[in-house]
Structure formats: C-alpha cells, structure tokens
Design a protein around this ligand. Sequence first.
Ligand SMILES: [Zn+2]
Length: 501
Amino acid sequence: MPSPDHAAPDRTIGAGPYRRLVLRNATVIDGTGAPPYGPVDIVIEDARIHSIFVLPPLGGPRLQPHERPLTGPDGREVDLAGHYVLPGLIDAHGHIGWENHVPNAQYVYDLWLANGITTVREPGCFINGLDFVVSEARRSEANAIAAPRIHPYAGFGLDRREPFLTAADAVAWVNEVAESGAEGLKLWGYTAEIYEATLREASRLGLGSMCHHQQSYVAQVNALDSARLGLGSIEHFYGIPEALFADRRLQAFSLDYNYQHEFRRFADAGDLWRQAASPGTPKYEAVLTELLQTGVTLDPTFGVYVGLRDAERVQSSYWHREYTSPTLWDYWQPHSGAHGSFFDEWGTEQETAWRGNFTLWMAFVKDFHDRGGRVTVGTDPGSIFTLFGFAFAQELELLREAGLQPLEIVHAATLAGAELLGVAEETGSVEPGKLADLIVLPANPLSNMKVFYASHPSLESTGERLTIKDGIIYDSRALLDRVRASVRDERDTRGAPPTSS
Ligand SMILES: [Zn+2]
C-alpha cells in the first residue's frame, strides 16, 4: 500500500474556473481532424466551452468591443493573438509511478499537466493498488488536486495472492474490480480459457480493456485472437507480428532464451517484425483487414522502445538534467530484477536489429491508421528512461516518423483517445458543449511538433503556455518551476550530486 504521503496534496495552484472566461484572438486546431481556423474568441462558462465566436480575418473590418463576446463581472479574458488552442492531450498509457520509483504522485501530475495532458488512462495501478488510483481519480474529478483526469484500469489479478486457476475465478475478479471503481482492465498473458472468459465478462459489464500480449502466452492468444474477443486496445506491439506469421507458428526465439532474462527478452523482441509476413502479401492483408473489422485500437507506445535502438540517446535526453527525479534516475540504472534493466549488455547488434524492427512496426501502424483504424498516443512512462509528460511530445514526433501527418497526430492525441476511453461526448475536441479541457501553445505545433514539449532548448520560451482542465487554468511554466524545485530539494536531501551528467 502506498503511504499517505505518496498521494497528491490538496490543490494550491490553478486559476478559476470563471463564470466566463474568454480566450481572445486564438487559432484553433479542434482535434476532429479539421484544419486550423482563427482568429476566434472562445467563450468558456465555468467548466465548459460555451461558444466559439469567429472573428473577421486578420486585416478585415475591426469589430467594436461590444460586438464581441463580453467577459462580464467575475470574468477573465486572455489575449491569445498568435497562439494555438487545442484539446487537452490524452495519454492512453500513463502509469502514475509508485514509492521508490517517483518522489510522489504530484511530481508526475505536474509533469503531465505542464506537457498539456488533461486525461490519462492508468494501466494496471501496480504497486499503488486500485483503491489508491480510484481515490486519486475521484479527487482529480473534483479538482481537489492538480492532476489530469485519471481512468483506472485494474491490473490482471494483481491484487490476489494466488493466480487464477479457473475461468470462474477470473470472472469473479472482474466483477470485484468493477465494484471497486475500475473503468477497465489492463490484461497480459494468461491461459486462453481464463483470458477469454475475462474479456467476455469485461465486454458484458461495459469495462474497457487493454492488453500487453506477453511473449509467454502469445502462442495461446495473439493480438488478432484478442481483437476477435472484443479487446479495446493492443498496447506496444507484441502479439501483432505473431498474428502475421506465414512460415512458422511460433516465434524464432534464441535457443538459449529465458523470459526472465531481460537482455534476451528485449533482444529477441527486436527480431519479431522481421519474422512477420511482409506488407502486400495475402497473410498481411488478411490480418490487417480483420483487425480493422474488429474495431480494436493500436496504442503503440513507440517512445518507451527508443532506448532499444539508441541507448545513449534516452540516457542523455535534455530533460533529465532539470526534471528527472534522482529516485527515478536510480530506478533506471541497471540492476538485476528491475524491468528494462538490460542496458549494461546492450550493443550495436541489438540496436541495429531494433532500428529494423521499428521501421516494420511503424509501417504497420501507418497502414492500420490509413485504412481507418484508430491509433492513440500512449507513453508508458517511468521505465527505460521514459520521463512522464515529456514522453508525450516525443511520442508525437515518433508518429510523425511513422508517416502520419501532423493533423492526424493531433487527432490521435485527442479525440481518438477520448473515443477509446468512451469519453468523447465530454472531452477530446474543441467544440461548444464539451468540457473546457484545452491547451494553449505559443506557436503552430503542426509546423514543428517540438512546440508540444513543455520546455525545449531550441524554442523560445515567450508567449503563453497553458493547460486548462475543467475551466481551471494551469500555467505550464509554474508547474515546471515546481518540478525543478522538487528535483533540487530531493538532490539536496540526499546530499548527492545531480545523478544525470
Ligand atoms: Zn505500461
């Protein structure tokens, strides 16, 4: 159980909500896939977008102040000339982190909000437990804490001492976690019978589902099998190349493979796409077509694998210096037992194989997307040098590398995520009637996606950078100040020099 100190303290930052908040002269990228438009005045009343007032184009007739939406008493206005307003970003795979991993939950929330994330799907709840995540989700819903909206997905049997022995055990567990406030399930491999019964029960109860198809069980259930059973989203990529095998039934594991050995596990995973059927072959087309028909979502989380194709890059990312907590940095160092702790053995051969793996994987994601499949943005932060929040902008850049257009990526990061979570009626696009979950960026993020990073060394840091959730305005720079201060305090307390060089 997490200690009470791990939970976020009551909220002390964020302005509003206001009876009437008017964001003036902004350009909107609404998340639906529509191109940018502006200038507009966006009128927000309390927590919701009331209306969007389109102004004459720049250089056109000037309206009198009274011809534009008024702010009224107790209202506020912000001039956003030259700025872009987008929906709040949705991280479809966001772990909160736990004790001895991150300093506390607020550190994570500050990084998320600073980077424009207003909604997170929390997969597994892990060491914190479901009750903790449900409690934080409710406090966030009430804006008692400064945090994104949190959607708890219970980890498959994690709270039990014994593994499931029968399908009935698993079905009972699904009902228990639903009762405790889980909105969905984070699944991983299990025997086919138990896994299938779990997914059927989740569908019956209207729970969401996501799965990391771990290698040990892919022989029983691959990603296509799961999609046929109604799985919500395929996390990472495991289980997809295996569904595409045309000249084998099982993965060509190294003959000295051991799933418990992190190095072998990640090295062999870098060979999976090479073993799959190639684009254009009958097998590839048949699997892709059927996956699309099932309505399953791909949540690739490319970023957490970048270290496998370039180990130095992820260890020297610019954000570590000021924003990575020493606790987290220590957690990432190679030591036996820690997930992803294979770096001490990683070499050129493994990185080269993984670059090829990325190329094939990205091509599949692009094909799936271009033919109408839903792709979302998940970061899987907290392992393999993947920092909360900053990893989101990195993931957007990786989708760009996969060949999606910037406007398509904004859609994936917003409305597509809301659809996956079943909350698209309320959030995910800039439209009247929806919750005021918005971000304000100081430049056009379509022409340079680095604008999405809360802070970036190659970008000027002038202009507003705001994250608005439920009509409450958070200043991204104030959040970053708080994170930097907490990292400095932690270093001072430990009496150790900055751990990242
Ligand atoms: Zn994860």
